[in-house]
Write a protein that binds this ligand. Sequence first.
Ligand code: HEC
Ligand SMILES: [Cu+2]
Length: 495
Amino acid sequence: MRSTMKTGKLNLFKRYFYLFIFLYGLIATSCTQSQSRNAGNIKYVKDHSKTKVFGNMVAELTSPPHVPPPVGNRPAMKLFMEMEIIEEEMEMADGVSYVFWTFGGTVPGSFIRARVGDEVEFKIKNHPDNKLPHNIDLHAVTGQGGGAEASFVAPGHEKTFSFKLINPGLFVYHCATAPVGMHIANGMYGLILVETEGGLPPVDKEFYVMQGDFYTEGRFGEPGLQPFDMEKAYDERPDYVVFNGSTTALSGENALQAKAGETIRLFFGNGGPNLASSFHVIGEIFDRVYVEGGDQVNYNVGTTLIPAGGAAILEFKAEVPSNLVLVDHSIFRAFNKGALGIISVTGDENEKIFAGEIMEGIYLPEGSTIQKMPIDGTTVTPPVTMTKSELIDAGKKIYMQACFACHQANGEGLANAFPPLAKADYLNADENRAIDVLLHGLSGEVTVNGKKYNSIMPSQQLKDEEVAAVLTYVYNSWGNNGSEITPEMVSKRRK
Ligand code: HEC
Ligand SMILES: [Cu+2]
């Protein structure tokens, strides 16, 4: 095509001729298609790429399990939204915490609700206290990487990009920064709903729930701050499979609330990173399932399959009072890894529908009997002066949280992006320089083991002891020179 364009005026006539033939063909085939439409039962999707927008609006984003108000009858608009990426330690189970990476401070991230035809101006901010760069790939977006490249943002920076929503449906969004699997495994996903013209039919209650699988060094229930375990993630062996980021997000006092007779709509998504969900609500039947979040509606469904990176809209009427139990029906995940949630339905009995004795109180998952370690004697307060081997042990944990995402499990780095720490000449040549890299970050060209890197390492918000520990670990791993870095050495460099 390009080369014919370049040949100039001579071919102008030819081009218009072909255009004419093309348009004629289009009209002719669309006439015959109107018959095949009925015959094949194929629905042709309306093209919203040219839908006009009327006026501006600031989008309200909500944290789970809440969803923003429906779009109703509003026209397509220019829609402004903002999201902040926050890395923070939160509870994953009773007594178990984890450093989650989040869109908006929650797992899953803030719910986005828009209308087809909307033109979105999306601002993404990476909190200055964060350690890593991130970005966002929205499955609702048509364009390079779903926005991933355009939104790539370092800690302490913000990016704005824009897109037009041309397909309605319920879509997953997620971080797509390398290593992608790790960013998703740490909780970086959420849902964006793009409603059709006129919006979804009204219901009494709407909730936002997402499943995710998590990989920790300790097994399910092992107390304390648990670091991410890449090997288990590779092997798809999660310790936790949970709804909304924790075993308790939808139970006890966090149970979802409804009244008998109300219609309920669940926006259910699966962040993965690995597992598909056999989603089921014990004690109910889905009246309607918008399969895969698209236009196709299936009726009267017991269990529906939600792929990793996928979503569905599920609707049912809660006819009688009960504790409805949300589960992944791959059932060990529910009773032994945390994939349990409750919708507590209160109200009058209807013995025609159900006359049995109803479940009382809170549904106790088997896992909740896991005991906490006694506090006395077992909590380790870090010794004032750590021995070399204590520094190495503590340093390994810090490495897995703060460095591993970029420099990789065995310090091998990533070609053209992150320099190696294993047998690294740059590192082994100068201890003070290595301390400075952690305290102040590093940018500009560096040569490590003969290869050039020109990128940015963010400064690490670590205490002196932590810098000492992680560097001692690095110096005593993967063929490095065995140096010991003390907190005193770090505090000297800080001054
Ligand atoms: C966001 C990714 C990222 C994280 C997290 C990160 N680094 Fe780096 N690191 C880099 C990049 C990129 C460079 C090279 C910077 C440049 O090109 O100027 C680098 C360079 C280095 C260097 C000097 C070059 C070399 O290979 O010896 C050291 C030492 C280092 N990092 C150690 C660490 C340690 C220890 C941690 C964890 C506390 C860490 N880094 C966390 C990206 C990262
Ligand atoms: Cu990320």
